[in-house]
Write a protein that binds this ligand. Sequence first.
Ligand SMILES: C[S@@+](CC[C@H](N)C(=O)[O-])C[C@H]1O[C@@H](n2cnc3c(N)ncnc32)[C@H](O)[C@@H]1O
Length: 237
Amino acid sequence: MGDYSNMSAYYDAIMTSGYYDYQRIVDQLLQPCFPEDLLEIGCGTGLILEEIAKRNTDIPITGIDLTQSMLDIAHDRLQSYPNIALSLQNITTLQLNRQFQMAFSYGGVWYFVIDQDKEPMLVSHLYSESDNHAGLRCLADHISPQGHLLLGTQGPHFNYETTITNGMQYSQVIEPSEFGFTKHYYLKDCTQRVMAQTVQYRIYGFQDALELLASYGLHYEASDLSAEQLFIRFKKC
Ligand SMILES: C[S@@+](CC[C@H](N)C(=O)[O-])C[C@H]1O[C@@H](n2cnc3c(N)ncnc32)[C@H](O)[C@@H]1O
């Protein structure tokens, strides 16, 4: 399901210690120009939305997430931006009663992993096949005709431990599972574990992913699949 409650208090410290480069993400997201409106699925603590807001835009932006404690942090972070609305929603039952010219997810519900010359794969926070169908159906319903979906790309996942900016030790352990992998996230303060969270991910091969998205009217716009490219684009037709 992708609940991030255990991690939320430490999420910003982990992510801003080099896990994601938010300026670069937003530089690419807003190329070639700002959309008329924007939906982020799995917006977490609002780090991407804040980076967008800092660029002097007043376009209407909505962020949705299923983890209340992540959204609470996003609310505090984004309270001075009246054009940003946040909503506690699971993508599988998303209901906002409007459509957006652009929807995106970076590390949120769905993302692609690009690993050198291997086939890219789609990683989903939704482990069951039926939830992926329900989520994509709801998402597609919220994108205007001719609108776009941008799904973020990342490098391959591997096991490691590193010290983050607050001095704690972050580590992650990945185990294969029947339909994807299980990822364990840990944080230690000296010898004491202060956070542990496990998320199950489902994986789709690239062609299967394109077919799955296309079955909901979200068509791949062929693009450079190098690690430099932080988003893969789909058009709603
Ligand atoms: C790795 S975080 C990414 C947050 C943010 N996009 C960022 O870049 O910092 C993944 C987020 O997706 C949310 N999420 C996972 N499954 C979801 C679902 N089914 N519906 C809505 N949000 C979901 C989690 O609660 C979490 O906040």
